[in-house]
Design a protein around this ligand. Structure first.
Ligand code: ADP
Ligand code: MG
Length: 530
């Protein structure tokens, strides 16, 4: 025998009330989304000629009545006939009982699990619907107090569209406060495509620029939109307009902000939208980790409203979206590098952090970034790509194994004497002074087989090629100890050697040297690494 499982409504309300508690405010997003859907459906029907006559102003109004303790969501959309209310509202549709049960066991998911219209019962003792269809049919009144019984009868209503009236329950009186409602609307409804009004003010920008064609937009448009998203942000370095329709749908604008230190906490994060409805700003799985410092908006109808972390991790689209964003970012960087190197160099201080993180964590990105990674010469401030550095130092900076040596400084001021000594020999010293650089160097030595990094004050610098120079210490051991104290070098650190470079102790720089290996081990220990 075959048949249909019947879901008992008695079971549903307690589940809604008990388990959907962690983000109650979601109900408003759901009801406003329904109002948007109803308005857009009407527009579509008008375009095809199925809905006749004047549409009037399609707008959504949110109203609080403090005395009656009600919150109303009013639209001028398609409305519903009595049959439609019975079909769409009285039957609670489940995507599948098993999936639902799976989900409601997991507290993480419940916070995001929306039940559309029925989420209004999280905050209401009673919900009423007044609705009049665009079709020539009587208006309808529906009411339900959270028990399985509902009331449904004809009513008088002048305007086409739907009004949902929530009788807010005693635990949810916060939703009768104007500031609270405005806050929720500004968070979720900021870019909805139908005007949303609250207390006579329009909440939303119905035409955000990410929905427009890049060719129709100017630099000012992008900068203005950035200010709209982040009023206190500095002008971004540049942006990428995403526009994909195959194999998934995705639009959006990613901004590269000015950043000096990668550990700066990014408060203004990328926002994820689904058809202009805000979903979340926890985009961890959608955006590659090294791009978490970017800002802006991603909109994809292929990401459902009811996202949860475990959902995203398992979703094949999310993987593809992630890879696509990485590729786009790499291509854009490559394009700027090729067409406007001066501006690329100017922005390198901020860009370098993204690029280096990306190279460490994403091999596809690494392949592309090898061409536009820049290293700044500590003396001349000139920028080299990897290839250019190799050409400049080709024969001079090879170690015994024949690897190209990249000489770097972690602190141009403190290591000035070493830099000068190296430059005098014709070596090129580049700056590696940001917080990511220590990890970057260790990581790239594994990935770039023919490269060896050497810090400018390492003992092996002298062994590069030019071994002739006399670098023996001219100090006796007492003098050495004094010097160590002078430079704050710990005496027990037996691995440090102190010497005067050159033959005239009065004028020559004094150099304290620690073996490269020892230094790296110390750095690793300090970083908490192994
Ligand atoms: P979903 O929006 O995912 O379909 P909901 O529970 O939010 O689920 O809504 C169920 C259905 O009720 C909608 O698909 C729509 O047909 C109908 N509906 C809800 N709100 C409105 C409204 N404001 N105007 C017209 N129809 C509505
Ligand atoms: Mg809905």
């Amino acid at each position: 025998q075959k048949g249909q499982i019947r879901v008992q409504t008695e079971n549903i309300f307690p589940i809604i009330k008990k388990f959907l508690y962690s983000e109650h405010e979601i109900f408003l997003r759901e009801l406003v989304s329904n109002a948007v859907d109803a308005s857009q459906k009407l527009q579509t029907l008008a375009n095809t000629g199925e809905a006749k006559g004047e549409l009037g102003e399609l707008r959504i109004d949110i109203k609080i009545d403090a005395d009656k303790k009600t919150l109303s969501i009013i639209d001028r959309g398609i409305g519903m006939t009595a049959e439609e209310v019975d079909k769409y509202i009285n039957q609670v549709a489940f995507s599948g009982a098993e999936e639902f049960l799976d989900k409601y066991k997991d507290a993480n998911i419940i916070g995001h699990f929306g039940l559309g219209f029925y989420s209004s019962f999280m905050v209401s003792d009673k919900v009423e619907i007044f609705t009049k269809s665009y079709k020539d049919a009587p208006a309808v009144f529906w009411s339900c107090d959270g028990s399985p019984e509902f009331e449904l009868h004809e009513t008088e209503k002048a305007d086409r569209g739907t009004e949902i009236v929530l009788h807010i329950n005693d635990e949810s009186t916060e939703f009768l406060e104007a500031d609270r409602i405005r806050g929720i609307l500004e968070r979720f409804c900021r870019f909805l495509p139908i005007p949303v009004y609250f207390e006579d003010n329009q909440i939303n920008n119905t035409n955000p620029i990410w929905t427009k064609k890049p060719s129709d937009l100017t630099t000012e448009d992008y900068q203005k939109f950035y200010k709209e998203l982040y009023p206190y942000g500095e002008t971004p370095l540049f942006w990428i307009h995403l526009n994909v329709d195959y194999p998934f749908n995705l639009t959006g604008i990613l901004y590269f902000p000015k950043i000096k230190q990668s550990y700066e906490i990014q408060k203004d994060k990328i926002q994820l939208y689904s058809n202009q409805v805000f979903v979340t700003d926890e985009v961890k799985d959608i955006v590659p980790e090294f791009l978490m410092l970017l800002q802006g908006v991603i909109d994809s109808p292929d990401i459902p409203l009811n996202v949860s972390r475990s959902y995203l991790q398992g979703d094949p689209n999310v993987k593809k979206i992630n890879a696509h964003i990485t590729k786009k970012v790499a291509d854009k960087l490559d394009e700027i590098f090729k067409t406007d190197r001066a501006s690329f160099e100017e922005k390198w201080e901020s860009l370098g952090l993204f690029v280096k993180y990306g190279m460490m964590t994403d091999d596809k990105f690494l392949d592309k970034a090898n061409k536009f990674l820049l290293m700044e010469d500590a003396e001349t401030r000139k920028f080299y790509t990897l290839e250019e550095y190799k050409i400049e130092t080709e024969t001079l900076q090879k170690n015994k194994e024949g690897k190209q040596v990249i000489l770097y400084t972690t602190n141009p001021v403190q290591q000035d004497a070493y830099i000068k000594a190296s430059v005098a020999k014709g070596y090129k010293v580049v700056k590696m002074e940001t917080i990511v650089d220590a990890a970057f160097i260790n990581n790239m030595e594994l990935k770039w087989e023919n490269i060896h990094f050497t810090r400018v004050d390492a003992d092996i610098v002298d062994n590069l090629i030019d071994k002739q120079e006399d670098t023996d210490s001219v100090l006796n051991s007492d003098e050495t100890t004094q010097l160590k104290e002078l430079f704050g070098v710990q005496i027990p650190d037996l691995h440090v050697t102190v010497e005067v470079k050159g033959l005239s102790p009065e004028t020559a720089p004094v150099v304290a040297t620690r073996p490269e290996l020892m230094r790296r081990m110390k750095d690793m220990a300090a970083m908490g690494g192994g």
